[in-house]
Ligand binder design. Sequence first.
Ligand SMILES: [Zn+2]
Length: 210
Amino acid sequence: MSKHGGYLTPKAIANRMKAKGLQKLRWYCQMCKKQCRDENGFKCHKATEGHQRMMKIFRENRGSILDKFSKEFEKGFMDLVRRRWRSKRVFANKVYNEYISDRHHLHMNATIWSSLAGFVKHLGRTKQCEVDETEKGWYIKYIDKDADALAEKDSLKKKEKMELDEELRVRKRIEKIISENESNPEKAASTEPTELKRGDEEEKIVFKLG
Ligand SMILES: [Zn+2]
C-alpha cells in the first residue's frame, strides 16, 4: 500500500470534509447569515447592496451587535455542553466541532472572541466552567450551579429539621416533668433543688496503719 493508501478511507474523507467545512467558516457573513463557497464568493457577496446595507447597520451599532452575537454564541455553546456532557470534563475542541456542525450556528468570528482558547478562558473567568490547559489543548467541565444550589437547599432543610426535632424533644421532656409534678406534688417538692448543706461535723478520715 502506498503512503497515500488511506486517502479513500472513511476517516480520511471525513477529515477532509471537516477541514473544508472549517475553511468555509471563514467565508460566512454573520450579518447577512450567508455562507459563501470560497474567497471569491465572499468577495462578491461583500460587494452586494444588501451586504453594504447590513454593514452600515453594523457600523452604527457595533458594540450592541457584537454583544448580541457574543451572547448568542455563548448560549449555544453552553446549551450544548449542558445537554451533551453535563458535568463531565470534555475537550473544548470537541464541543466546538459539534457546535459548528449545526449549519445555523452563530460563527465565532462575529463575536468578541478571536479564538476558542480566549472563549474557554472567558468561561473559566465567569465561573461557568472549570477549565484546564493540557498539551493537547483546553478542557472544560461545566459547573452545575443548579445541582449545587439544590444540594445546599437540601442540607439546609435537613439542618432545620434536626433543630426542630431537638426543640420538640426538649419541649416534650419539659411537658413530661410538668405533668409528673402535677400528678405527684410530693415528689415534685422533693425534686426541687435545695441548698447544699454541709454537716456540722465534718467526717474525719482516720488512717490506720499497720
Ligand atoms: Zn453580508
